[in-house]
Write a protein that binds this ligand. Structure first.
Ligand code: AMP
Ligand code: MG
Length: 334
C-alpha cells in the first residue's frame, strides 16, 4: 500500500491524513484541536499543543490505516497561509519525516487543499468555492491557471465572527456548532420568520463581519433571546456569503458551487447555498464534515495532485509562508 501523508497545522488543528498514492483511496485523518482556556487562539500555545500531540497522533493515524513506515511514499504539509508558530511545527515534522524516510516532500497551499478535496469527494469539476472557515472567508474560482480570489472578507473570517459572538454569550471555542444548535432549537419552537435587525455588509464581491458581530453582541447584552440572536446572526451572515457566491457564479458563468471550511459543516448555509444554486439551474456541493474542517487528508490529496504533476518541494524551498495567498499557487493539474 503506497501512501501520501498530509500534515495540517495552519491554526488550531494538528492533523495527519493520507491518500493512496494512486488516488484510489482517501483515508480518514487523526486530528487534535487546541482549545484555548479563555479568549482566542494564542499562536505559541497552539504551537506547543501541536508539538505535544504530534507523536501520539502519528502513531494513532498509522494504526488506524494499518500502515507502517515502508508504506509511506511522500510527505505533504501545509506551507501556508496560517499562524507562523503553528505552521512551523507542521513544517518541521514534515521535513524530519521526509529526511528520515528518504521520500519526497511537497509543501501545499491550505486554501487550495480545501478546493481539491471537495472536487475529489463530490465529483464537481469547475466550481466556485465558497470558502467559509475560522480565519478565512473567500469566494474563489479557477481562471488562467490559478485559483483566483473574486471576493473575500474585508475584516474577520466568518467562523471567527461566530466564535467571538459565541464567547460573548458563554459558548466555548468553537462556537459555530453550538450557535447552530441554538438557532435550530429556536426555529423549531418559534418558526423562522422573526429576525433581529443586523447590519448586512456586502460590497461588490467582498463581505465584512465585524459590524454584525458588534450588533449581535449588543442584542445579547440587551437581553434578547440567545436563540433568536443566533438564528438572526446565521441568516444575515450566511446570506451575505451566498449573495457573493451567486454573484461569482453569474460573473464567471460557472454552474457549480462548492462549500469548504469549518462553517460549511452548518446545515443552514448548505441549504441556503443549495436553494440559490438550484434557482439558477446549478448545483451546490460539500464534502462530509470531517473534510470540511481543517484536516490532514485534504493536504495529502493536494500533495498527490502536485506530485503527479511533477511538483516537489526541495528542502531549501520548504520554509513556511504565513501569508501565502490562494492565487499564488500555479494550478497545472486538471
Ligand atoms: P476551520 O477554520 O476550517 O478549521 O473551521 C473552524 C471554524 O468552523 C470555527 O470557526 C467553527 O466555529 C466553525 N464551525 C464548525 N462547525 C460549524 C457549524 N456547524 N456551524 C457554523 N460554524 C461551524
Ligand atoms: Mg481551513
Amino acid at each position: 500500500m503506497g501512501l501520501i501523508i498530509g500534515i495540517e497545522s495552519t491554526a488550531h488543528t494538528f492533523s495527519f491524513g493520507a491518500v493512496s498514492s494512486d488516488g484510489s483511496d482517501v483515508l480518514p485523518s487523526s486530528s487534535s484541536l487546541y482549545r484555548p482556556e479563555e479568549g482566542g487562539i494564542h499562536p505559541r500555545e497552539a504551537a506547543d499543543h501541536h508539538v505535544q500531540s504530534a507523536g501520539d497522533l502519528l502513531r494513532t493515524a498509522m494504526g488506524n490505516w494499518g500502515a507502517n513506515k515502508d508504506d509511506i511514499d511522500a510527505i505533504a504539509f501545509s506551507q501556508g497561509p496560517g499562524l507562523g508558530p503553528c505552521l512551523r511545527v507542521g513544517g518541521a515534522v514534515a521535513r524530519s519525516m521526509s529526511m528520515a524516510l528518504d521520500v519526497p516532500l511537497v509543501g501545499v497551499n491550505h486554501c487550495v487543499a480545501h478546493i481539491e478535496i471537495g472536487r475529489r469527494m463530490t465529483g464537481c469539476d469547475d466550481p466556485i468555492l465558497l470558502y467559509v472557515s475560522g480565519g478565512n472567508t473567500q469566494v474563489i474560482a479557477r481562471a488562467s491557471g490559478r485559483y483566483r480570489v473574486l471576493g473575500e472578507t474585508l475584516d474577520i473570517g466568518i467562523g471567527n465572527m461566530l466564535d467571538k459572538f459565541g464567547r460573548s454569550i458563554g459558548i466555548p471555542f468553537p462556537g459555530g456548532p453550538e450557535i447552530e444548535r441554538k438557532a435550530s432549537r429556536f426555529i423549531q419552537e418559534n418558526g423562522s420568520e422573526h429576525l433581529l435587525d443586523l447590519p448586512y455588509a456586502v460590497h461588490g464581491t467582498d463581505m465584512a463581519f465585524s459590524g454584525i458581530l458588534g450588533a449581535a453582541i449588543a442584542h445579547a447584552e440587551r437581553g434578547e433571546d440567545p436563540g433568536l440572536v443566533c438564528h438572526s446572526l446565521q441568516e444575515v451572515s450566511f446570506a451575505s456569503c451566498v449573495e457573493v457566491g451567486e454573484r461569482a457564479m453569474a460573473l464567471t458563468g460557472k454552474s457549480e458551487i462548492l462549500l469548504g471550511g469549518g462553517v460549511a459543516c452548518n446545515q443552514r448555509i448548505r441549504t441556503m447555498t443549495s436553494i440559490m444554486a438550484q434557482e439558477r439551474g446549478g448545483e451546490a456541493y460539500w464534502p462530509e464534515r470531517p473534510l470540511c474542517v481543517d484536516n490532514g487528508t485534504m493536504i495529502a490529496e493536494l500533495g498527490r495532485r502536485m506530485l503527479d504533476s511533477g511538483i516537489e518541494t526541495i528542502m531549501t524551498n520548504s520554509a513556511i509562508d504565513p501569508s501565502l495567498r490562494t492565487d499564488m499557487t500555479p494550478v497545472i493539474w486538471s
